[in-house]
Design a protein around this ligand. Structure first.
Ligand code: GLC
Length: 556
């Protein structure tokens, strides 16, 4: 049994299960085929019953939707396709009434090219002070015809676009690390800092419990915006993890801490080393950050154990809780990933068309869910994880909306396959995504066989993925979240992950083909799949299965 450590009433964000709502694809309340706040409000009871602690809403602000809302034109209002500010305020109140906290997505690295600041910058001409809030620079070459430096956009192609001035002549270039419709803000400019501090207050006053910070590693740029050169060092790039960014989070933390109610920041921090990552989690910066290691790791016991160990070791010195993420709106759904020959994920090479045995993938996804829900720290559930949805790999080209598809010249099929609208009912043209009788079809088509994966189809099936999540989240809340944030590995066969936490809890994941004995003297409380019996009648854990068991007589 794990060594006893004192219990503390830890703040909620240290151990929360947070459900990610990609608003456009969650539930459509008004029948236009696009998910919205009305749809989300209707489904709050579903989310409460699922047993999550908090909801993270991807950007719901006014946006031309060049990047699914990550191109914000007004940070203080809701896009009409999603609803109104009054509805967002009601949603926050109603979520709280259901015991659910609300996290909103803050996009500070860039805004939309339709944001008033950028329009002003363009309209004002080359000398306009309004351009200083962005990164406008003259081009290189005899006539400024080459981009100011060699940076590439994360979405493919140069990170610079040249503007055409009012008189029709080609002018300066502006920086956009993502799509051209997403100009990067200049975080050296005091107005940019002041604006975002005000935006934080705006939403904090409306009761939000926290912010997910988009591209948290990217805000500051190296002075002079130097070239990366032909062989860049991934740990020292001029456009990410530049030290000045930490000052921004220190100032934000002070703002947040002045509000009551355990408000929190979670950073989207994609960086190559755990040391770089952990610096964002120092006690006066962000509370937590998405740990993408397990999302990228293959289904391999040795690698997964290393990921868990590395994660715990990286978080401990800064006192931050680890987080566990298997999927989100930017990645491949893990049912599909785990059913492939290569089960790892690489953002720069998503291999969207690789074949997958989704039956196998779903079995592993169930095991991975119980594994991550058993680990200390916070956990994220991306909408549809709880239904075992696969990636939709056969969306026709002409329906793809993600800018990465066109920007990469079609070599990257983009992120639409994990953003297909959820199936709620087993019948109807939109499987309950839109209200009955809606004229519009869902903004991306749902596969014909998703009727069997719908909430209604899984609701009363004790063996469904949905009910596995419900039971696991409930047990996690009542028996695991108050435990100290430690674990102890126990001896096991190769390709088996086995650990204990306090109060006699054991978690065993068998990644080998050989059935494994249960941890000794324990009683099974939950398993991700059917268990077996050996020749002597003893219960065994088959491959690709996780089991939660408690020592006999253990109390919570
Ligand atoms: C983050 C978001 C992604 C978006 C990008 C640019 O990585 O998760 O969806 O495209 O930032 O805002």
């Amino acid at each position: 049994m794990t060594e006893r450590a004192p219990r503390t009433a830890a703040p909620w964000w240290r151990h929360a299960a947070i459900y990610q709502i990609y608003v456009r694809s969650f539930a459509d309340g008004n029948g236009d085929g696009v998910g919205d706040l009305a749809g989300a409000r209707d489904r709050l009871p579903y989310l409460r019953e699922l047993g999550v602690d908090a909801l993270w809403f991807t950007p719901w602000y006014v946006s031309p939707m060049a990047d699914g809302g990550y191109d914000v034109a007004d940070y203080r209002d809701i896009d009409p396709v999603f609803g109104t500010l009054a509805e967002a305020e009601s949603l926050i109140t109603e979520a709280h009434a259901q015991g659910l906290r609300v996290i909103v997505d803050l996009v500070p690295n860039h805004c939309s090219d339709r944001h008033p600041w950028f329009r002003e910058a363009l309209a004002g001409g080359p000398q306009a002070p309004a351009r200083d809030r962005f990164w406008f620079m003259p081009g290189r070459g005899a006539h400024g015809e080459l981009p100011p430096n060699d940076w590439q956009s994360y979405f493919g192609g140069p990170a610079w676009t040249r503007v055409v001035e009012a008189d029709g002549t080609p002018g300066d270039w502006y920086l956009h690390m993502f799509a051209p419709q997403q100009p990067d803000l200049n975080w050296e400019h005091p107005a940019v800092r002041a604006e975002f501090e005000d935006i934080l207050h705006f939403w904090l006053r409306r009761g939000v419990d926290g912010f997910r910070i988009d591209v948290a590693h990217g805000l500051a740029k190296k002075p002079g915006l130097p070239d990366v050169g032909p062989a860049p060092d991934p740990t020292d790039l001029p456009y990410q993890d530049v030290d000045d960014v930490h000052e921004v989070y220190r100032s934000w933390r002070k703002i947040l801490d002045a509000y009551d109610g355990e408000r929190t920041f979670v950073g989207e921090v994609w960086l190559p080393t755990a040391e770089q990552f952990a610096r964002y989690l120092r006690p006066d910066e962000l509370h937590s950050a998405f740990n993408f290691e397990i999302l990228c790791a293959p289904w391999d016991a040795r690698v997964l154990r290393e990921v868990v160990e590395r994660t715990l070791a990286a978080h401990a010195p800064v006192g931050a809780p680890p987080t566990w993420v298997l999927a989100n709106h930017d990645t491949i759904r893990h049912v599909t990933r785990y059913g492939r020959e290569d089960t790892s994920f690489d953002m720069s090479d998503k291999r969207l068309l690789d074949p997958s045995d989704t039956g196998l993938g779903r079995r592993r996804a169930r095991a991975a869910a119980l594994l991550t829900l058993a680990l200390p720290g916070g956990v994220y559930v991306y909408q549809g994880d709880e239904l075992g949805l696969p990636e939709v790999q056969d969306l026709p080209d002409e329906l793809l909306q993600d800018p990465t598809f066109t920007r990469s010249g079609g070599t990257d099929r983009g992120r639409d396959g994990c953003r297909v609208p959820l199936p709620w009912t087993a019948e109807g043209p939109s499987l309950g995504f839109s209200p009955a009788g809606a004229a519009a079809t869902p903004w991306l088509p749902q596969p014909a066989d998703w009727d069997g994966l719908a909430v209604a189809a899984q609701q009363d099936d004790p063996d469904s993925v949905l009910n596995l999540y419900r039971t696991a989240l409930s047990l996690r809340r009542t028996r695991l979240t108050r435990l100290p944030e430690t674990l102890t590995w126990t001896e096991s066969a190769a390709d088996v992950l086995s650990f204990t936490r306090q109060d006699g809890f054991h978690c065993l994941t068998n990644l080998s083909p050989t059935p494994q004995p249960l941890p000794r003297d324990t009683e099974v409380v939950l398993a991700s799949g059917p268990l077996e019996e050996d020749a002597e009648g003893r219960v065994t854990v088959p491959g690709d299965t996780t089991v939660w068991s408690w020592e006999r007589g253990a109390t919570s």
